[in-house]
Design a protein. Structure first.
Length: 165
């Protein structure tokens, strides 16, 4: 069974959201995901990181930690902050709910995470920060091994997507 993991810490600055998406996408390439699967994961990570920046730290200074894990065909990504936390997680996960309507926030972050990933867990408490765990099963087999032509082709496509953003 294939296993690997990585951990990434960065400042809660809006410019780091794109970095987080690309780093996670690069890590998951070893599973030979489809372009759609990469796009799904990148969108979910973008929403989780943006929530940490805007809601967790309210645009102030803080650290965001991302952990990724591969276990067989399952890709897990965790996004954690030590910001202000969420008083009512169930309410916050409702579509269109936002605490930042004045900032043109749509309240769809958790809904997108849930839609694009196979599972979503959110743990939070006021003053304790927020922990988000998402999983996605990647079942497309490697055609000729992790160092073969198929992997190179996949990585080239992902780089192309990243350049467009």
């Amino acid at each position: 069974m294939q296993q690997n993991k990585m951990k990434l810490e960065f400042d809660s600055r809006p410019c780091n959201e794109g970095f987080a998406r690309v780093a996670v996408a690069a890590f998951m390439t070893q599973l030979n995901p489809t372009l759609e699967e990469v796009a799904d994961v990148k969108t979910a990570v973008s929403e989780a990181v943006t929530n940490a920046i805007i809601h967790g730290y309210e645009g102030g200074a803080g650290t965001i930690t991302i952990r990724c894990r591969i276990e067989g065909e399952t890709f897990t990504v965790e996004v954690e902050d030590t910001g202000k936390g969420i008083a009512d997680v169930k309410l916050a996960m409702e579509p269109l709910f936002t605490t930042k309507a004045e900032c043109d926030r749509a309240g769809m972050g958790f809904s997108f995470m849930e839609a694009f990933m196979d599972s979503l867990e959110v743990h939070s408490a006021p003053g304790q920060g927020t922990f988000v765990r998402m999983t996605k099963k990647i079942t497309r087999p490697m055609a000729d091994g992790p160092s073969g032509y198929q992997r190179q082709k996949t990585e080239a496509k992902i780089e192309e997507i990243c350049r467009k953003e």
